[in-house]
Design a binder for this molecule. Structure first.
Ligand code: ADP
Length: 170
């Protein structure tokens, strides 16, 4: 069975992510979307929330499973019996980071291949961080995120405002 892994922080999942997942799913027998703990990022959504939003956004894809992990990606890929990582590429600016990551991974496990899929033009400007920033300042993100994520973002913003209000910040 050919298993592909789509790793990411998905904080939260966007239509750009869903597009990469939809286009990758038919290329493998099983596609595992793996939410990981990224030590360099301070997430808005908990791991369980990110997994739940992804499950909802990919429910129409029968061979897609959503999982979470912490630790080394190459260990996880091997644990799942896979050799294939699929990553989305938006712009040239993504390239350097992705190139370095793919080579670092390869230095640990030469049998694992990272394959890149180009974004669809209309999603090339969408990022989780951009969507969060836009939502925070009252922008309309409905066209950029799957149904369900918009409401979850509003709820998060309310929670964050309440917390910072309680801390004396406005
Ligand atoms: P990470 O924290 O690993 O950068 P993200 O959750 O931001 O993870 O993204 C996961 C993957 O999806 C990455 O390969 C990223 O380049 C890709 N991606 C993010 N947004 C888009 C988009 N709009 N179109 C295509 N790929 C995207």
């Amino acid at each position: 069975m050919r298993i592909g892994i789509v790793p990411g922080s998905f904080d939260p999942v966007t239509k750009g992510h869903v597009d990469i997942i939809e286009r990758s799913a038919p290329l493998v027998d099983k596609l595992v979307v793996a939410v990981f703990v990224n030590p360099g990022k301070d997430p808005w959504f908990s791991m369980a929330e990110r997994v739940a939003l992804l499950r909802e956004a990919t429910a129409h894809l029968p061979n897609v499973e959503v999982d979470s992990f912490s630790g080394l990606l190459n260990d996880y890929v091997q644990q799942r019996g896979s050799r294939l990582i699929i990553r989305g590429l938006r712009a040239f600016s993504d390239f350097e980071y992705e190139f370095q990551r793919a080579l670092l991974l390869k230095s640990q496990e030469p049998l694992i291949e990272t394959v890149f899929m180009m974004t669809r033009g209309e999603y090339s400007y969408i990022s989780s961080s951009g969507v969060k920033e836009l939502a925070l300042f009252g922008g309309n993100v409905a066209a950029m995120v799957p149904a369900g994520v918009g409401a979850a973002l509003q709820e998060k913003i309310r929670e964050r405002r309440q917390r910072s209000g309680a801390n004396g910040h406005t």
